[in-house]
Design a binder for this molecule. Structure first.
Ligand code: ATP
Ligand code: MG
Length: 564
């Protein structure tokens, strides 16, 4: 496995249970886990929590046994595109299932045999109520359900009908196979749950071999048992399904009986973590696709420039508990900042350029100035930035009438150009509309490298690029996809909480010459501007995605919201 080493910072309750099981030699001391996605969408950051947990725990034990199992029991919603994207995402996160790639559909024959076995034990029956009638007779939390009139069908009649269901003699919905458990059980999942249904639809793995498909609850526990999973880790909403999980495995003669353990699913503010909702955004063209860099999908985060190590670090920090809490988006953003801070080269890019002419700088002179790749890590080396008479600075770094505490450029004021010289603004050139088009400045040749021999100080340091050397680039400034911390939580459509300013596209940006050979996926810190990544969908111009700003600008907004 390529993944990083064992989780050493926290021992969550699941790891504690597993450690105890290993100590008492339960399952001969083996630990086998699985990650069981349904291939009906792309993986999101919530899935990363489950992947890191399952593959992470496996990596901490001998054999490193974690299965990637596609839970493909519903042919109507599942597609190969999703299967491929899931594999890519798991690998990208740094995990490897080696030869443990499975599909629930691999077990359709065995599952069918298990169903026959249940019928023969008089523990399952073919029910011919409509789905509506089945729902109506299930009862409520307070009232018991009613027995189906078909509940006492004979074993031979059930065997005959089930075989004919399989042979395609009936239409969708005409019959189902139900486990015979207890219609009065306080747990509704135990009230004769449906375990097989007719669905005359080809399956991406099994073609038209089957027209009956097993239900999730029946499939999942048996797939776990067939694979010899020791600890079946799932999210809390499956807690009420555990009695059924155990009933099926206790009733049937299976090779093993895995232990289901539930944990809280990840929920993050300012986004939605549900494949169904994410699909809705894609289908309504509210985003450019599953890999839109604003999406909380792993493919979106990858394209945006998130690193797998930052995501693993995030999953490690949030830990695993049984308490549903909402994690702040800022926590995820801090993990990516922290990771990139140490790794990325600092370069200069001017997002919204303002032309600056250094009047006393020789017309055809060019100097190569040394810029450290990282201010705190000399091992990362240096690169050169060309300086010349015509430069660009950021529009927002100049104000004609600066308020107090604005320390950047203003008429008559001196500031430092990063790695270069002190310059002083001498004149402001405007067009006929009165918009500023150019600044006329002078430089002090004595300040090369950014300090004055006479010891005079300047308060502002600006980034810049040289006009004749800079490279044109498109820069996409991404922000949170939703501007409400809980999209849709107040009963409104979650799509109403979409942030209209979640993407700003700048087409006139300029980046320094050293980025001429930047490749898709390369990440940089643009000084004073944030972390950026070359977009993977190539165009003729360089396109950069903003991964994250340097500081959390939402923290202030949130504080203000809380006060209000
Ligand atoms: P969604 O609601 O987004 O469709 P799901 O649970 O239906 O999610 P699956 O493909 O069934 O998606 O999930 C595969 C595994 O990932 C399951 O074990 C599931 O419990 C886990 N998982 C899904 N979402 C989260 C989450 N937000 N936090 C932690 N684990 C999750
Ligand atoms: Mg699901």
């Amino acid at each position: 496995m390529k993944a990083q080493s064992a989780n050493t910072t926290t021992d969550d309750f699941i790891r504690q249970i597993i450690a105890e099981d290993v100590k008492t030699n339960k399952n001969e001391g083996q630990v086998v886990t699985r990650f069981p996605p349904e291939p009906n969408g792309y993986l999101h950051i919530g899935h990363a929590k489950s992947i890191c947990l399952n593959f992470g725990i496996a990596a901490e034990h001998e054999g490193r046994q974690c299965y990637l199992r596609f839970d493909d029991t519903n042919p109507s919603k599942e597609e190969l595109e999703y299967v491929e994207s899931i594999k890519t995402d798991v690998h990208w996160l740094g995990y490897d299932w080696t030869d443990r790639l499975r599909h629930s559909s691999d077990y359709f024959d065995q599952l069918y045999d298990y169903a026959i076995a249940l019928i023969k034990m008089n523990k399952a029956y073919v029910c011919s109520l409509t789905s509506e009638q089945i729902k109506d007779s299930r009862g409520t939390l307070r009232e018991p359900g009613k027995n189906s009139p078909y509940r006492e069908r004979s074993i031979s009649e059930n065997l005959d009908l089930f075989e004919r269901m399989k042979a395609g003699e009936f239409a969708d919905g005409e019959h189902v196979l139900r486990a015979k458990i207890d219609m009065a059980s306080p747990n509704i999942n135990m009230r004769d749950p449906i375990i097989y249904r007719i669905k005359k639809m080809p399956h991406q793995m099994t073609g038209d071999k089957w027209c009956i498909y097993p239900m999730y609850d029946f499939t999942h526990c048996l797939s776990d048992a067939i694979e010899g999973i020791t600890h079946s880790l799932c999210t809390l909403e499956f807690e009420d399904h555990r009695p059924l999980y155990d009933w099926i495995l206790d009733t049937l003669n299976t090779p093993s009986h895995p232990q289901q353990i539930e944990f809280a699913r990840l929920s993050l503010n300012y986004t939605v973590l549900s494949k169904r909702k994410l699909q809705e955004l894609v289908e309504n063209n509210l985003v450019s696709g599953w890999d839109d860099p604003r999406m909380p999908t792993l493919s979106g985060m990858r394209r945006r420039g998130y690193t797998p190590s930052a995501i693993r670090d995030f999953c490690d920090r949030i830990g695993v508990t049984r308490k549903n809490t909402q994690i702040e988006m800022g926590a995820l953003e801090n993990c990516i900042r922290k990771d990139l801070e140490a790794k990325t080269v600092r370069v200069m890019a001017v997002l919204k350029p303002l032309r600056v002419v250094i009047e006393n700088y020789p017309e055809d002179q060019v100097e190569q100035l040394d810029a450290p790749n990282h201010p705190d890590d000399a091992n990362m080396g240096t690169h050169q930035v060309p300086f010349s008479r015509v430069l660009y600075i950021e529009q927002e770094d100049f104000l004609e009438a600066p308020p107090k505490k604005f320390f950047r450029l203003a008429p008559g004021r001196e500031v430092r150009l990063r790695y270069a010289y002190f310059i002083t603004c001498q004149a402001v050139i405007k067009d006929e509309k009165g918009d500023i088009v150019e600044l006329r400045c002078t430089y002090d040749p004595e300040t090369r490298g950014g300090s004055a021999p006479d010891g005079r100080k300047v308060k502002g340091t600006l980034h810049w690029v040289s006009e004749s050397h800079a490279i044109k680039a498109e820069i996409r400034l991404y922000d949170r996809l939703f501007n409400h911390p809980n999209p849709g939580a107040d009963g409104t459509d979650f799509k109403a909480a979409l942030n209209p300013n979640s993407m700003e596209v700048l087409t006139d940006s300029l980046v320094e010459a050293s980025l001429a050979n930047a490749q898709a996926g390369d990440r940089y810190q643009f000084e004073r501007k944030g972390y950026f990544c070359v977009d993977s969908v190539s165009t003729d111009t360089l396109v950069f995605n903003r991964i994250v700003t340097l500081r959390d600008s939402w923290a202030k907004i949130e504080k203000a919201n809380k006060r209000a």
